[in-house]
Design a protein around this ligand. Structure first.
Ligand code: MLT
Length: 332
C-alpha cells in the first residue's frame, strides 16, 4: 500500500506544481486576515475512531500555525456521508472543513445512488493527512489462531458470525465487503456510528470481527484485548512488527488500504486553501505530530503527496477504483 499510495501521490506532483504556479498561491486577498475565528473540522464518525484520532492529532498542530483553534465536531451517520454532506454544503469561507477518507471520498458514490455530493467536484481538497493500512481483527477469544483458521472458521460458520462496521460506505464496511466477497461469505453486519464504538464492542466480545484502519487498533493489539490476523498491505507495519501481511498469512489477494484527508467546500478561496495546506504540511513535519501518527501505524505522505492537487488526483482515482469493486461485490 505504501508503494501504491506514494506512486499515486507522486503522480500528482507535476500537475500539482503546474496548478500551484497557475493559481498564484499568494497570501493576499481573503487569506490576509484568515483565520479570524476558530475553524470547525467535521469528523463524520463517532469520537474515538481512526478519523477522529487523526483529525485531533493533526488539528492540534495546525491550530498553532494558524493562530486559531481548530475545533473537531463529530457528525456521525450514513457511513460518514452525513457529515461530509454538511461540509460540502457549508459556506466556502475556510471556517468549515471535513476530515474525509477513502470511504466518504472514494467508496460512497458506489453505494449511495442519491449521494448529495460528488467527492471530486463538491470539495476543495486541502491535503492528505495520513495513509492507513487495514487490518483484519477479531475479539480476543474468537476461535481461530491465525488467518488460515479465521478463513476456514468464517466460511464454515458464516450464518453465525457477525462483523462490525462504521456504516455503509465507510472504510470498515467497504474493505470488509471486499473480504467477504473474496471469501464468499455473508456474515451478519452490525453497523455503528464509527469504529471507535465498534472497537469497544469488539473488546468486550459483543461482535466477532471487523476490518479497520490501523490507527484505531494498535493500542488494543499491543494490550492483547483483540486479535490481529493480518495487515492487508505488501509490507508489515513498523508499529505492529509481529502481525503478518495477508500475503504471508495465506490470503495474498486481499490487498487494501485507506487514507484520511482534509477537504473544504468547493469555492473556498485558493489563498485560504494554501494557508490551510501550509499548516497541514507544517504539522506533518512536526516531530511530535509525526511520532504520534507513526506510532499508531499511520503513513505520512512525502511533501509532493500532501498538495491539494495530489489529493484531487487521489480522490478521482479512488472513486474509479472502488466503484466497480463494490458494485461487483454487492451483486454477488
Ligand atoms: C471507517 O470505518 O470508515 C472509520 O473507521 C470510521 C471511523 O473513523 O470511526
Amino acid at each position: 500500500m505504501h508503494k501504491t499510495l506514494s506512486r499515486r501521490l507522486m503522480a500528482g506532483l507535476a500537475a500539482a506544481m503546474a496548478v500551484g504556479a497557475g493559481l498564484g498561491l499568494s497570501l493576499g486577498g481573503a487569506a490576509a486576515a484568515y483565520p479570524e475565528r476558530p475553524i470547525t473540522m467535521i469528523v463524520p464518525f463517532a469520537a474515538g475512531g481512526p478519523t477522529d484520532v487523526i483529525a485531533r492529532i493533526v488539528a492540534e498542530n495546525m491550530s498553532k500555525t494558524l493562530g486559531q483553534q481548530i475545533i473537531v465536531e463529530n457528525v456521525a451517520g450514513a457511513g460518514g456521508t452525513t457529515g461530509s454532506t454538511r461540509a460540502a454544503q457549508a459556506a466556502p469561507d475556510g471556517y468549515t472543513l471535513v476530515m474525509g477518507h477513502m470511504g466518504t471520498h472514494g467508496a460512497a458514490p458506489a453505494l449511495y445512488p442519491n449521494l448529495k455530493y460528488d467527492p471530486a467536484k463538491d470539495f476543495a481538497p486541502v491535503g492528505l493527512a495520513a495513509g492507513t493500512p487495514i487490518l483484519i481483527v477479531a475479539k480476543k477469544d474468537f476461535p481461530a489462531k491465525d488467518l488460515k483458521e479465521f478463513v476456514a472458521y468464517v466460511k464454515a460458520n458464516a450464518d453465525k458470525v457477525n462483523q462490525a462496521h462504521a456504516g455503509v460506505g465507510s472504510v470498515s464496511h467497504s474493505t470488509c465487503t471486499l473480504l467477504d466477497a473474496q471469501l464468499g461469505i455473508k456474515p451478519t453486519l452490525v453497523p455503528y456510528g464509527g469504529t471507535g464504538p465498534a472497537l469497544n464492542d469488539l473488546v468486550s466480545g459483543q461482535v466477532d470481527f471487523m476490518c479497520d484502519q490501523i490507527v484505531n487498533l494498535v493500542p488494543q493489539i499491543q494490550a492483547g484485548t483483540i486479535k490481529a490476523y493480518a495487515v492487508a498491505t505488501p509490507e508489515r507495519s513498523p508499529s505492529l512488527p509481529n502481525v503478518p501481511t495477508t500475503k504471508e498469512a495465506g490470503l495474498p489477494d486481499y490487498q487494501v488500504s485507506a487514507w484520511n484527508a482534509i477537504f473544504a467546500p468547493k469555492g473556498t478561496p485558493q489563498d485560504i486553501i494554501a494557508k490551510l495546506n501550509n499548516a497541514l504540511v507544517v504539522a506533518l513535519d512536526d516531530e511530535s505530530t509525526r511520532k504520534r501518527l507513526l506510532d499508531l501505524g499511520g503513513v505520512i505522505a512525502d511533501k509532493p503527496g500532501r498538495s491539494p492537487q495530489a489529493l484531487n488526483d487521489l480522490v478521482v482515482s479512488e472513486v474509479a477504483r472502488w466503484t466497480p469493486v463494490l458494485k461487483g461485490a454487492n451483486s454477488k
